[in-house]
Design a protein around this ligand. Structure first.
Ligand code: SF4
Length: 355
């Protein structure tokens, strides 16, 4: 495989290109031009780099890859959410989702093809693990979806969440590298990038050790060990007390508000007493709780989203405890926009092509 420049830090990419050009006796300013094509123009190959001589474009393309993704499908919901299924070089498929609002366009990206962690409420978890994504593949989702955002909405991506397929901290090295590429290469503010985890403690500590002010969201879904264990097998390896310790450390270092995600499943984890437990659990953290009505998936036919009254009661308990929160209306339901659902639908249509 050619050297994937998008997987390098911008500094390393510049050094690799500069070395390549120097070996060919090219003027040094060409390196800056080449880098502009990667980060400012979002080129998917050097053949697009028209400010460079044609012969040099070919040589750069022979030596380096810009990791073009194949757009397998693009579906648009009634509420303007656009979901992409991307094909990777080995035939694996991953998803990203563009979610526009009046003030921003948020892009949700994948960090793995599939996922091994098996959370019961998740379509990706039901599919199982395929492989880790390389940093370049993660960054390429941003590049290609951001370009589509401009075409679709007339504006680029303003925020990124690592909340698509996969658990970012099961693939920590490439994820941290991709954060650097998005921030320092593509120029997205670190505060506009959020990594969402089910609570893998070493990854939380690794993110805390990075210099950037990246955001952290944690999928909680229950403040009770036994129930969380039923919903999320990761609770066995990193139980709530360990997770909370890591989050306190994270907040002490970063001084940033944390987000918690809590999917409300009717009759499963929506008892108002659990809201009280949740408020107690996070009482010494500066945080915000997103309450998300469960998005039905085929692997859990009996599960339903909590009814509005139940959600309101849950939210009222948090309110009484002074815990900041919001009920998130799921968007893109008509196109199966929740994590892993499009990949699942695609596999059901064409199992031979997706393994
Ligand atoms: S919720 Fe995240 S960690 Fe859990 S199975 Fe789905 S992708 Fe994996």
């Amino acid at each position: 495989m050619n050297h994937e420049l998008l997987g390098d830090s911008p500094r390393a990419a510049r050094s690799a290109v500069a070395g390549f050009l120097a070996d060919r006796g090219e003027p040094s300013y060409r390196a800056g031009q080449a880098l502009e094509w990667i980060y400012d123009h979002g080129a998917r190959g050097f053949d697009a780099a028209t400010s460079l001589p044609a012969g040099l474009r070919c040589s750069l393309d022979d030596a380096f890859s810009l990791t073009p993704l194949e757009m397998v499908s693009e579906v648009r919901s009634r509420d303007e959410v656009v979901k992409h299924l991307w094909g990777l070089d080995d035939g694996e498929r991953i998803e990203s989702v563009l979610i526009p609002s009046s003030t921003r366009v948020t892009l949700c990206i994948s960090s793995q093809a599939g996922c091994a962690l098996g959370c019961l409420f998740c379509a990706t978890g039901a599919f199982g693990f395929r492989r880790h994504l390389r940093a370049a593949e993660i960054a390429a989702q941003f590049r290609d979806a951001a370009a589509r955002s401009v075409e679709l909405y007339g504006r680029g991506v303003t925020n990124v969440v690592y909340m698509g397929m996969g658990e970012p901290f099961a693939n920590t090295g490439p994820v941290l590298s991709s954060l650097e590429v998005l921030h320092e290469g593509f120029g997205l503010g670190a505060r506009r990038i959020t990594v969402s985890t089910v609570g893998l403690v070493p990854g939380i500590r690794a993110l805390a050790a990075t210099p950037g002010q990246f955001g952290l969201a944690v999928s909680l879904h229950s403040p009770d060990h036994e129930l969380r264990l039923e919903l999320m097998p990761v609770e066995r390896r990193y139980p709530l007390p360990d997770l909370m310790d890591a989050l306190r450390e994270y907040q002490a270092v970063k001084n940033r508000r944390l987000s918690f995600e809590y999917t409300l499943i009717s009759g499963v984890n929506d008892d108002p007493l659990l809201a009280e437990g949740l408020a107690r659990l996070v009482s010494d953290l500066t945080c915000f709780v997103n309450l998300i009505p469960f998005n039905p998936i085929p692997s859990q036919p009996a599960w339903k989203p909590s009814p509005p009254g139940r959600i309101a009661e849950f939210a009222a308990r948090l309110e009484r405890r002074g815990l900041r929160h919001a009920v998130r209306t799921p968007r893109g339901r008509d196109i199966a926009a929740a994590c892993g659902q499009l990949r699942l639908a695609d596999a059901a249509r064409a199992p031979a092509s997706t393994g």
